[in-house]
Design a binder for this molecule. Structure first.
Ligand SMILES: NCCC[C@H](NC(=O)CCC(=O)O)C(=O)O
Ligand SMILES: NC(=O)OP(=O)(O)O
Length: 322
């Protein structure tokens, strides 16, 4: 089954980036590929970009699109399985088990896209990615990750395309910097960004306060620098993101506004560009002057979400023909 859940489902990243860029130049060139097929997009959490860009990309490929805000409109889904001698007794809030729900949606759809964020209460539970595991097991069709508990591959692919388009050096320095936020946010975007950058020809540096270390399997060979000013020196791309602690799972440990990205910070870079997946809280994470200035790539990045989704969907559809 040709799932698209992480970088591990990508054989040739350069080819995938090129596929996105080709679709950008010629959006309707593969219109026949998805003809008479249906994709279902299931959202357990809010979305603007992922929902609209994936719907648009799917339509460019000729797919019919069904969208459901399962988190709001659907029956509450029980994800846990009965174990020998320990049946799951569904006498709580959840009216339907994923065994039936996934199997039923799989009857209506040829591909299922899912967004399900980390709940940030239990590290082991979140990093097990139960929702995705269960849909993979019971839907019987390819699954597309629209941001899972631990990863956001369509965002990362759009980020790769954006860096490829805007780089001015063969091997740019890319700095992933933690940004301040009062809310606890998932590690998914940061995890995924590292994982994908580790497959690109870039120098990846990660900077964050002590206590915000990401899981080592995502950081890979990236250099971790705790001094943000030092990390930013000579950067070609500054990728901002807030995440809550992984080690003190889901906690907000630091409220230090000096980690916010300002023009003064950007002046340390080598005429660097600023990137963020959005949504972004102005003047909490990034100053207006950066977002509204010529260094910001956030709109270009969001535009590339369409081409990232189209490249991923093309891979899935081509796999279905084999
Ligand atoms: N899909 C892109 C990011 C989604 C999510 N951000 C948020 O929930 C921001 C919410 C806020 O700022 O209130 C995250 O960090 O994973
Ligand atoms: N970047 C991103 O995934 O945006 P949405 O949460 O609005 O989909």
């Amino acid at each position: 089954m040709n799932h698209f859940l992480s970088i591990h489902d990508v054989q040739d990243l350069n080819q995938l980036i090129t596929s996105g860029i080709i679709s950008k130049r010629n959006p309707f060139g593969d219109r026949k590929l998805g003809q008479d097929k249906t994709i279902g997009l299931l959202f357990f959490n809010s979305s603007l970009r992922t929902r609209l860009s994936t719907q648009k990309a799917a339509q460019n490929l000729g797919l019919n699109v069904l969208i459901m805000n399962v988190g709001q409109d659907g029956w509450g889904l029980e994800m846990e399985e009965s174990l020998p001698g320990m049946p799951v007794v569904m006498d709580g809030a959840n009216a339907e088990h994923v065994k039936e729900a996934a199997a039923v949606i799989g009857q209506y759809c040829d591909i299922i896209g899912i967004r399900s964020f980390a709940k940030l209460a239990d590290q082991e539970k979140d990093y097990r990615e139960l929702v995705f595991e269960q849909f993979k097991k019971y839907a019987g069709v390819p699954i597309l990750n629209l941001e899972s508990e631990t990863r956001h591959p369509l965002q990362s692919l759009a980020d790769c395309i954006t860096i490829e388009e805007f780089k001015v050096k063969a091997r740019p320095k890319v700095v992933l910097t933690w940004l301040p936020h009062f809310k606890a946010l998932p590690q998914a975007v940061a995890n995924s960004f590292c994982e994908w950058m580790n497959r690109m020809d870039v120098e990846l540096v990660v900077t964050h306060p002590q206590g915000y270390e990401l899981a080592p399997e995502f950081v890979g060979n990236a250099e971790v620098v705790y001094d943000q000013d030092k990390a930013l020196e000579g950067a070609d791309f500054v990728y901002g993101k807030n995440w809550s602690s992984f080690t003190n799972y889901g906690q907000v440990l630091v409220h230090d506004p000096s980690w916010m990205i300002t023009e003064e910070k950007m002046a340390r870079t080598d005429n660097g560009k600023f990137m963020h997946c959005l949504p972004v809280r102005r003047n909490v994470k990034v100053a207006d002057e950066v977002l509204d200035g010529p260094r910001s790539l956030v709109i270009e990045q969001a535009a590339n979400r369409e081409w990232a989704a189209q490249a991923a969907l093309k891979e899935i559809l081509l796999g279905m023909q084999e």
